[in-house]
Design a protein around this ligand. Structure first.
Ligand code: IDP
Ligand code: MG
Length: 137
């Protein structure tokens, strides 16, 4: 079965009007968009989605940021799409993310407690299945 991943355009990406540019890069790379929806996150969804980060200094700023506006959730399909989307996204910190990546080309530091870095992408097959359940249940 073809691999699947869950991606989010975070509220900064939606608010800045970058949803199309981000999805354009996904499609240009050759991945299939299997599901797509814009929605408001909830504290329940975010508690599950970011459970691994609970207790960290940026956890509450991250949750507040993710509640600050709508997100766009998508399921992408393709061989090695989990790794491939994270490569398209670039590293977590937008200031130093490689040029050519979504975060490197379109993101910057805004001097806040949370890094606003435009996108989320699942980091393993297990995370992907768990996260697809959270956002498309
Ligand atoms: P990832 O999104 O690149 O997989 P994670 O370590 O899973 O990065 O962190 C989840 C999100 O939390 C990041 O995308 C970013 O928005 C935020 N974040 C992670 N580490 C930090 C930090 O050290 N300071 C501020 N925000 C952070
Ligand atoms: Mg992560």
């Amino acid at each position: 079965m073809t691999e699947r991943t869950l991606i989010l355009v975070k509220p900064d990406g939606v608010q800045r009007g970058l949803t199309g540019e981000i999805l354009r890069r996904v499609e240009a790379k050759g991945y299939r968009i299997a599901a797509l929806q814009q929605l408001d996150a909830s504290t329940e969804k975010l508690a599950k989605h970011y459970a691994e980060h609970e207790g960290k200094s940026f956890y509450q700023p991250l949750v507040d940021f993710m509640l600050s506006g709508p997100v766009v959730a998508a399921v992408l399909e393709g061989d090695r799409v989990i790794e491939g989307f994270r490569s398209l996204a670039g590293s977590t910190e937008p200031t130093t993310a490689a040029p050519g990546t979504i975060r490197g080309d379109l993101g910057r530091d805004w001097g806040e407690k949370v890094q606003k870095n435009l996108v989320h992408g699942s980091d393993s097959v297990e995370s992907a299945e768990r996260e697809i359940d959270i956002w498309f249940s």
